[in-house]
Design a protein around this ligand. Sequence first.
Ligand code: KMH
Ligand code: ZN
Length: 282
Amino acid sequence: MAPLIITAALTGAELTRHQHPRLPITPEEIGLAAAQCAEAGASIVHVHARWPDGSPTQSAEVYAQIIEAVQQRCDVIVQVSTGGAVGMTPAERLAPVYLRPEMATLSMGSVNFGRGVFTNLPDDIEHFAREMVRLGVKPELEVFDAGMLATAKRYIAQGLLPATAHIDFALGVPGGMPGTPQALQYLVAEVPANTTWSVAGIGAAQLPLSALAIVLGGHVRVGLEDNLCYRKGELARDNAQLVERVARLARELERPIASPTEARRILGLLFSANEVVSKAPT
Ligand code: KMH
Ligand code: ZN
């Protein structure tokens, strides 16, 4: 089996310090959390930006500060969110992609989210996809429901998305597919050839789905964005504690853990010298 890529979803858009006192909010805090997660075995950090008061933003300037704060401290792949927060405009959400990060999320459809709707219209998904391909940013296809996997497969078949896609199954959002082993196994059986996948179990689903992904040969996303607790009734110490547990499980199950370089190789992010030149910001 390929080494396990662990993604740390550090902050999210909706959570507050009232819910978790160690939720990283500022670029500095996010950089520190990334370094702790990298030390624990994460090779990707999924990041959201916040204004200093904690409210969500897709400001490219704040994302640039986050990327710099992470890269000063460690070598992990930075994956920016284009999901942002419910209610943001598509143009707002796409802004950090123009920084040409290594990866960005790309949601494959709309889903009820909290009391609102996380809206992803076909025209917007297709525009986001074309921009990411044009800018050399690897999309991670966010799948909250089975129909979204069918959409991803359609875009791959049409050539809008590369066949070497990376899919993240975000399971357990109320309104989306449940965070059960049965749901994950159904989805995994439908994953197209050449495609890698990870799972982000929401809330209590995080631990069992992580264990299942390790044995099924998938990859794992954990972190406070998806789950605030280490176990029922006990807040996680921080993001790194959640990464440490997955790394420990993987070691027990004899699945090696990917370094950032190995993760880049698995995800096809390593470019030849010529391609690096063509990827340089213009
Ligand atoms: N905050 C959610 C509405 C992503 O990062 O791409 C969307 C989200 C997905 O978090
Ligand atoms: Zn996110």
